[in-house]
Ligand binder design. Structure first.
Ligand code: HEM
Length: 310
């Protein structure tokens, strides 16, 4: 697309199978579409086999659109509040200290690939805060491979290609693909399986606690936050997409909680690992900036250095 943009300009059209797609790189137009006209352009371009994101049971905030997105977004917002982030701070720090411990032997060994370490770090943290994993599990976590495979998958993959070429056959292609994926334990289905087990286990634990008269305490992680999330947001605000007749529920359903955990896992893993790896690479290439950063960290974090040797 980068090459085509050079060749055809800031706005041009392509076909994805039978679907017409506009590729827009004009900043003013993007501002107009995504900010001023958000009421009309509120849906992301989903994958060809995504299914019916307005009505399927298991839909997450990244694929939802319109009223459903608004509801899922309102219900997810508490997970990004500063109080929720403070609650997971200890877990993040614990995993970060484990990373420092594992990185230490590399200090005198010259160049090495830090990206794999950051992938382990981000997966470790997300598994602890969104999948119920209890302790650190560096270089022993099968999900790192499963999720990396998912990101490496080509869009020219046969089920996607057939989905583009024969739109009416999409439900059948998706159904067949899911059956095969389950049979062979392919990445996407495996991750959903793990998220499903974690959420069901937590719901069961809570049910047993409630039978024994034990009140649910403070939310320990994102699963708790999603289970407890209640939206008070008034959704009918008069804008066009809000008037659509989608079903409004103020709590997340169990399939939605599973889908939310799944998307947090995907959204938090690659983005953060890549950002950290690239930042480290740039700092290694620019020692003067690295020095400035260290000075700044030292200035703001006086007396907060904790021992990481266990
Ligand atoms: C450096 C790290 C990250 C980067 C660069 C990043 C980048 C982005 C971008 C660009 C979008 C918008 C995509 C679009 O509109 O098509 C997005 C959305 C999203 N991200 Fe991230 N992200 C990061 C970390 C995370 C983490 C750690 C989580 C969760 C644990 C997360 C969860 C989400 C979710 C749920 C959405 C969809 C929000 C919505 O539809 O309302 N992201 N991210």
């Amino acid at each position: 697309m980068k090459e085509w943009t050079k060749q055809y300009g800031k706005v041009y059209g392509i076909y994805e199978g039978l679907i017409k797609v506009l590729v827009v790189s004009d900043l003013d137009m993007l501002q107009e579409l995504f900010i001023k006209k958000f009421d009309y352009f509120h849906g992301r371009k989903n994958l060809v086999l995504q299914g019916d994101v307005d009505n399927d049971d298991r839909v997450h905030v990244f694929e939802a659109r319109g009223l459903r997105w608004k509801r899922l977004r309102a219900l997810s917002n508490p997970t990004f509040s500063s109080s929720a982030l403070k609650k997971i701070h200890g877990t993040v720090e614990d995993s970060a200290l484990e990373l420092v411990r594992l990185l230490s032997p590399q200090a005198d060994r010259g160049a090495f690939n830090i990206h794999v370490y950051y992938q382990e770090l981000t997966m470790d943290i997300i598994c602890r805060i969104a999948l119920g994993q209890r302790t650190t599990n560096f270089f022993n976590n099968p999900l790192v491979n499963f999720v990396s495979n998912l990101f490496m998958r080509s869009m020219r993959w046969p089920p996607f290609l057939f989905g583009h070429l024969i739109p009416p056959a999409r439900p059948f292609i998706k159904w067949t693909f899911l059956k095969i994926a389950r049979l062979f334990g392919l990445s996407g289905s495996k991750i959903y399986e793990i998220a499903t087990d974690a959420v069901h286990l937590r719901l069961k634990q809570r049910e047993e606690d409630s039978k024994r008269g034990i009140e649910p305490g403070e939310p320990a992680d994102f699963i708790d936050l999603f289970i407890d999330a209640v939206s008070d947001e008034k959704i009918e605000d008069g804008s066009d997409f809000s008037k659509s007749e989608l079903h409004i529920t103020k709590r997340l359903t169990t399939p939605e909680i599973i889908a939310q955990c799944f998307v947090f896992l995907l959204a938090g893993f690659d983005t953060t690992a890549n950002s950290l790896a690239y930042a480290s690479y740039l700092l290694a290439k620019h020692p003067e900036k690295q020095k400035r950063l260290i000075q700044e960290v030292d200035e703001y974090c006086k007396g907060e250095v904790r021992s990481f040797i266990r």
